[in-house]
Design a binder for this molecule. Structure first.
Ligand code: SAM
Length: 298
């Protein structure tokens, strides 16, 4: 088993939720359970935690790893957090949540132990799938085949901010019949990127992989729905805390929180956002780009 995912901004996100022992909380992104387990430890038997993940592998891992924490007040469910209001009403019809946490993106486990889904550009032999949930239909390879050169270029630019998107999509479409694995794609990307950039950036595939993953999983659409449905279902003075890892996600959260503050429906806990300390970044380099924002419902 690979190393367990290290929860990012753990103390800061728990503090931001202002957890009370009898409260009701939802962790919309269970992952390896790092945040969930610490929320659970703060709850009394009258408290309730619902943890959601769309990836069955994540749920299976947590059920086994945290067996000893199995409790009547911890419900784990496979679903998309976009439907968080419906999930909350079904599983806890009489209570609205006091706090919701969304820790967006992929866990380290999904990158390192991906079950042949090719999330990481370093796993050369894996197929180009990238679906977090087995309920999703379109794989990354399907996109490479179905989209035109121009559409692919737009996708890499819009969701990966990849400056060589045109050169990369041209290379891909010219060699489409030879692309099956992660390695097939990373080699083409490497070929398409100018020599000067190859020496600066040894892994020019990062942005293209991010773009494909975002589209395959409709990550930004789920985030928009998840924010709105979380805010709807929260109780008054309930808190919504979101941790993002790149500017596309953070922009959506920031704008949503600003809109809710301006309309008087909510207020932000922090003037801007909370970022990891230098110490956390040293201990866990994956935390480097994280931003935590919290909205309180008025
Ligand atoms: C960054 S990890 C969470 C890590 C977790 N907080 C921890 O400390 O172990 C994000 C998790 O959210 C899940 N996820 C991403 N988007 C989702 C969505 N729209 N609905 C449900 N789960 C999602 C991923 O499958 C992944 O397991």
């Amino acid at each position: 088993m690979d190393k367990i995912h290290i929860p990012v901004l753990l103390n800061e996100s728990l503090d931001s939720l202002s957890i009370t022992p009898d409260g009701f909380y939802i962790d919309g992104t269970l992952g390896d359970g790092g945040h969930s387990i610490e929320i659970l430890k703060k709850l009394s038997p009258n408290g309730l935690l619902i943890s959601i993940d769309q990836d069955q592998y994540a749920i299976d891992f947590v059920l086994e790893y945290y067996q000893q924490y199995e409790a009547a007040n911890w419900i784990i469910t496979k679903s998309n957090f976009a439907d968080i209001d419906r999930i909350a009403c079904n599983l806890s019809p009489k209570r609205n949540p006091d706090g919701i946490l969304l820790d967006i993106g992929l866990s380290s486990r999904q990158l390192e132990e991906s079950h042949e889904r090719g999330f990481s550009y370093q796993k050369e032999d894996e197929p180009l799938d990238m679906r977090m949930s087995n309920e999703l239909g379109v794989t990354a390879k399907d996109l490479l085949i179905a989209l035109s050169e121009k559409e692919l270029s737009q996708l890499f630019w819009k969701y990966g901010e990849e400056k060589y998107s045109k050169r990369i999509s041209k290379e891909i479409k010219e060699n489409i019949s030879n692309i099956n694995t992660v390695g097939d794609l990373t080699r083409l990307i490497y070929k398409a990127v100018p020599a000067a950039d190859k020496s600066i950036n040894k892994n020019p595939s990062r942005r293209v992989f991010q773009a494909l993953r975002i589209v395959v999983n409709d990550e930004l659409g789920s985030l928009e729905k998840g924010l709105d449905n979380s805010f709807k279902v929260l109780k008054q003075n309930g808190r919504l805390s979101v941790i993002t890892f790149h500017s596309l996600e953070d922009r959506i959260v920031k704008n949503y929180f600003i809109d809710k503050s301006r309309s008087g429906e909510g207020r932000m806990l922090f003037q801007k956002y909370i970022a990891p300390t230098d110490d956390e970044k040293r201990r866990n380099p994956r935390s480097a780009s994280a931003k935590l924002r919290t909205l309180i419902k008025n």
